[in-house]
Design a binder for this molecule. Structure first.
Ligand SMILES: Cc1ncc(COP(=O)(O)O)c(C=O)c1O
Length: 384
């Protein structure tokens, strides 16, 4: 019997993989499922992106390995995006293309942290920061995010002994799973905290464009005058391209160089036509983004209204396509989520999937149409 890596014991099976199996069984038994679980946009892929993907198939040598740091066209488009939207100037060696932001997060660990180093991760938070830290032999230190603090970490609560042993501090604003947003003041404080201790601050900005229609996106790099930190970007959520597996990392050039060393040894980049399609996506008129924002704003408003009517408490945020809700009194998180799925065919994500502070919470993803959202949330009546 082959003995698998011991560190696999430190991670759980990916929650959405487990749910997929459960869902398949219920569908086989004839149940209609409404999935408010995974954050996978239901909005249509823009036609110009599709055309660019197909057109790029005719590029000479398209079947060959891509450049290790990504094609120049896409990197230049990311640079233009940062300049146009955030007024930040980046050089080519301050950008690297990844196979989705999830891969970017994972590759960062062997690039920066050594075995036994601490990595500060949010609790609740996107589970990949903890899993990647565990798998690469780092020690995740979970910092609490609470409603009282608008789901921003309290830096004073981090023991100095932990901070001194930490190499990476992951934050994620706009935030999954809570929808919380961070402002310039917070970014300045946390950059200062990390700079003084030589910790790499990483903002996972997967939802930076999924904000209220009239809001302006902000970047960590706008507060990072010394260009010492990095931001991880995703093409997935903004442009309905989760299946394309394409993202980027921008900022501190020494970190980008280390990432390139790791990535070129472990992966060989994303298929070139997908990179062209991503460049096309970023170049689209910003009206495209506004259209999506309007749809999510509408869904969010409707969801909040129904939740209020049904007496379900939620965090009143306006970013991402998630709503972070409290499990109704009298139910454990599992009892509630399981009953919703098996009795009503409604999938939500138990809050503990994002860390132990997610117990007694659940997350709704607004990645389905209004009719489905209304039908699903109407079931909450029975939990009053
Ligand atoms: C906070 C956060 N970061 C990163 C990702 C991964 O996105 P990508 O599709 O770019 O890998 C997700 C996906 O749900 C996410 O919620």
């Amino acid at each position: 019997m082959i003995k698998v890596n011991n560190r696999l014991k430190t991670i759980d099976e990916y929650h959405f993989k487990k749910i997929e199996d459960k869902k398949r069984k219920l569908i086989k038994n004839g149940m209609k499922i409404i999935d408010l679980g995974i954050g996978d946009p239901d909005l249509v892929l823009n036609e110009d992106i599709k055309k660019e993907l197909v057109k790029a198939l005719d590029i000479k040598d398209v079947n060959k390995y891509p450049p290790y740091s990504g094609i120049e066209k896409l990197k230049l488009q990311v640079i233009k995006y940062y300049e146009d939207v955030f007024s930040i100037k980046l050089d080519l060696d301050e950008v690297i293309i990844t196979i989705g932001s999830k891969e970017g997060i994972s590759s960062l660990l062997p690039s920066i942290s050594d075995i036994g180093d601490y990595v500060i991760v949010p609790n609740p938070g996107y589970q990949v920061y903890t899993a990647a830290s565990n798998l690469w032999g780092a020690v995740p230190y979970k910092i609490p995010l609470t409603e009282k603090n608008n789901y921003l970490p309290k830096l004073k609560e981090i023991p100095e002994s932990v901070a001194r042993k930490s190499k990476i501090f992951f934050i994620n604003y706009p935030n999954n799973p809570t929808g919380a947003e961070a402002g310039e003041e917070f970014y300045k404080d946390i950059i200062n905290f990390c700079e003084r201790r030589n910790i790499l601050l990483v903002n996972d900005s997967a939802y930076n464009e999924i904000i209220k229609k009239e809001s302006t996106p902000i970047s960590l790099l706008q507060s990072d005058k010394n260009k010492s930190m990095i931001e991880i970007g995703s093409i997935s959520k903004t442009y309905n391209m989760t299946g394309f597996r394409i993202g980027y990392v921008v900022g501190n050039r020494h970190v980008i160089k280390a990432l390139l060393k790791v990535k070129s040894n472990i992966d060989s980049g994303q298929f070139v036509p997908i990179q062209y399609a991503a460049a096309k996506a970023i170049s689209l008129d910003r009206d495209e983004i506004n259209k999506s924002r309007e749809i999510y704003d509408n869904r969010r408003n409707i969801a909040k209204k129904i939740l209020k009517q049904k007496g379900i408490k939620y965090f009143d945020a306006n970013a991402t396509f998630y709503v972070w809700c409290s499990v109704p009194k009298g139910y454990s998180t599992d009892e509630f989520c399981d009953k919703l799925l098996t009795d009503y065919g409604v999938v939500v994500t138990p809050g503990y999937c994002f860390g132990n502070l997610g117990y007694n919470f659940f997350r709704i993803a607004l990645t389905t149409n209004i009719e489905n959202i209304e039908t699903a949330l109407s079931k909450f009546e029975d939990f009053k």
